[in-house]
Ligand binder design. Structure first.
Ligand code: UDP
Length: 570
């Protein structure tokens, strides 16, 4: 492989994250990799699939370059495990839970094997009979989905994904399951189910009942019989009350997801991966990767030509990952190879908008985001169709069932949180606005270290409004809004996650979903601490009407442990 002429310099944060969790270490725990050798390890392993091809060297080189220059990064398990003995490269899995002891504990075992390799698991508990339903073999009563979810939680706690990645689970229950009320309030106490995100799978029928103020039926899964009816509006309000309280449960719009199921002959969607961006059929897995949009602005314009080239290369890369992946269990291998789903996402959307001078929460910002996402999908599909000609369409492709041309992958795009890979790439995560622009770090001897967003510093110096005093003021107030020294235009451009209105957050999610996202989007709708329950309700209804496939709201300060804080202490 020809060495690169320009040496990639990573930020200190990126190097720290890489050294802690990504670079391979020897037996004594010494790091034995650099960014360059990591990228070589990964690109060599992924390109190996095409070793007989005339394009082999060129492919390997282009995989290396796009990672090394942070144009595109695959999900963490791929960066960690490619070319190693573990060889499991996917971030997300959905595992079915059958309504039997064998079924439940098989799912726990399968989940443990997935977690061990750094993957996250989604489960639907909807097939389990409700608490107190009868159990024929023992003539006793069932303990119900929630008590079993506690066993899944405990198993995850014990495994903790080999120390590199925290065990992550999504737990889903349908709105028409008899135990739904217990499920909705299961995470009210913040000490419970810490290894789970819980989401209620909401149906169109339920939303209609909410709108019309009618009752809806709960169905006992083991018999198919109606167990009782509930007032839809009251249940909806309970979900909203708890989401207002601490952000859980989230909601998944399961009918919207199933309308886009490319392979209904293989089954229905029941659950997503832990962060909600990828709907998968039982036993499917999916490998993800994200395009770093902050690298595609040239002379104040989007460099579509280069972006298109990188998306095409990244599509081949993700498709190859399926073939060199070491799957944790045979059922997952079989299902994944039938549909060959990939999740091409984006990160650094806010960086790109800032570079173009467009506010995240504006019509122009949204139109730009939509244009880019459609383009990403178009190029990914173009390449996937070519790959179908070269290597064959995904085996479950059925021309009668599909509105799309024959292609290699049943799903192409989803927008991931990019929690860690965006730290490596030094950009805003996924499709989110920056969480803070100026941060204070309290260092040991009482000194305050002021960390300024790189774009903000650049603009402030260029436009002549940079001063240490102003930066400290911005850090203390937690926002750029309302400081007279900052021109109003730049105040708009540098609005952070809490400065962007909930409506603008949802509009961004909705427009991206409609313009180029096959699966779903991991996004938080941030609300101020003062937001009312009615505002949360309006957010849910708006998200549903815009065609979102799931929604997570978070009211500032509503959880004991907030993952990120503007005024972070060291
Ligand atoms: N995930 C996980 N454990 C984690 C973080 C993420 O299992 O600690 C899975 C989960 O399915 C999530 C997906 O990885 O939806 C993508 O998350 P993210 O984009 O944050 O991962 P990254 O590649 O940046 O680490």
């Amino acid at each position: 492989m020809t060495p690169d002429l320009t040496k990639q310099v990573l930020t200190k944060t990126a190097e720290t994250v890489l050294a802690r969790r990504y670079y391979l270490k020897d037996r004594t725990g010494e790091v034995v990799e650099t960014w360059e050798t990591l990228c070589k390890r990964v690109s060599n392993a992924v390109a190996e699939v095409d070793k007989e091809s005339k394009q082999f060297e060129a492919l390997r080189e282009s995989y290396f370059r796009m990672m090394y220059h942070l144009d595109f990064l695959p999900n963490s398990p791929c960066l960690m495990n490619a070319g190693t003995d573990i060889g499991q490269l996917s971030a997300c899995f959905v595992l079915p839970i059958e309504d039997s002891m064998d079924g439940i504990f098989t799912a726990i075992r399968n989940g443990a094997l997935v977690h061990k390799t750094g993957g996250g698991t989604g489960y639907s508990f909807s097939r389990l009979r409700s608490r107190n339903a009868s159990v024929r073999s023992t003539q006793g009563v069932a303990s119900g989905p929630l008590s079993f979810a506690a066993v899944f939680d405990a198993a995850t706690e014990t495994i903790k994904q080999g120390g590199k990645r925290r065990g992550a689970n999504m737990g889903v229950l349908r709105i028409d399951h008899p135990d739904i009320m217990d499920f909705i309030s299961a995470k009210e106490n913040q000490d419970k189910f810490n290894n789970f995100n819980f989401s209620v799978a909401i149906t169109d029928d339920f939303m209609k009942a909410v709108e019309e103020g009618t009752e809806y039926a709960l169905i006992e899964p083991s018999t198919g019989e109606v167990s009782e009816t509930l007032d839809a509006k009251a249940v909806f309000e309970k979900i909203i009350d708890l989401a207002w309280h601490n952000g859980e449960p989230g909601v998944l719009f399961i009918d919207a997801a199933n309308r886009d199921n490319m392979t209904p002959q293989l089954g229905d969607f029941e659950a997503t991966n832990p962060c909600g961006e990828q709907w998968l059929l039982p036993y499917e897995s999916c490998n993800l990767g994200s395009l770093n949009l902050s690298n595609f602005v040239k002379n104040g314009k989007v460099d579509y030509k280069r972006m298109g080239q990188v998306v095409r290369v990244a599509t081949s890369f993700l498709d190859n990952v399926i073939d060199c992946n070491r799957f944790p269990i045979p059922e997952i291998e079989e299902m994944t190879l039938k549909t060959r789903k990939i999740g091409m996402g984006i990160m650094g959307l806010h960086d790109l908008l800032i570079q173009l001078g467009l506010p995240y929460g504006s019509e122009e910002g949204r139109a730009q985001a939509a244009e880019i996402m459609s383009y990403v999908r178009e190029k990914a599909e173009e390449r996937s169709v070519e790959l179908a000609v070269e290597k064959g369409a995904f085996p479950a492709y059925d021309a009668k069932l599909n509105k799309y041309p024959a292609r290699r992958n049943a799903a192409l795009t989803s927008i991931q949180p990019t929690g860690t890979v965006s730290m490596i790439a030094d950009c805003a995560s996924g499709c989110e606005p920056y969480f803070s622009i100026v941060m204070i770090k309290n260092v040991m001897d009482g000194d305050r270290l002021i960390l300024v967003n790189k774009h903000f510093e650049q603009v402030a110096r260029r436009e002549g409004f940079y001063s240490e005093k102003l930066m400290a003021k911005v850090a203390d107030s937690g926002t750029v809004i309302g400081h007279d020294e900052i021109p109003v235009h730049w105040q708009e451009v540098f609005r952070t996650a809490q400065d962007v209105s909930p409506e603008d957050h949802i509009q961004m999610q909705g427009i991206l979903q409609k313009n180029g996202v096959d699966s779903s989007i991991s996004k938080t709708i941030n609300l101020p601490n003062s937001a009312t329950r009615e505002e949360v309700e309006l957010s849910y209804i708006m998200g549903y009407k815009l065609g979102c496939k799931g929604l997570t709201v978070y009211r500032d300060g509503s959880r004991d442990q907030q993952v990120l804080n503007t005024k972070e202490s060291a």
